[in-house]
Design a protein around this ligand. Structure first.
Ligand SMILES: [Zn+2]
Length: 78
């Protein structure tokens, strides 16, 4: 009797492992990192909004959209 029980147990475990492997837990769901609103900055010269990684940092912690605008500095209106 023990032999039968062992055989059945092994078969059941094998089937569980097999189906568990095939189905997949679904825990491997990766999300793409999207920049939030706080990642946007505006050019101190022309006011253009652009992602912070793309912006150039100037004096006084200001951000600029291009090298030329950084050279020109903040806009006349402030
Ligand atoms: Zn600009």
């Amino acid at each position: 009797m023990i032999k039968w029980l062992l055989t059945i147990a092994i078969v059941v475990i094998a089937l569980m492992l097999w189906f568990g492997k095939g189905r997949g837990g679904g825990a491997a769901s990766q999300r793409r990192r999207t920049p939030g609103p706080e990642a946007m900055v505006s050019c101190a010269h022309c006011g253009l909004h652009l992602p912070r990684p793309d912006a150039l940092e100037g004096e006084g912690g200001r951000h600029y959209c291009s090298v030329e605008h950084r050279r020109l500095g903040p806009g006349a209106s402030g």
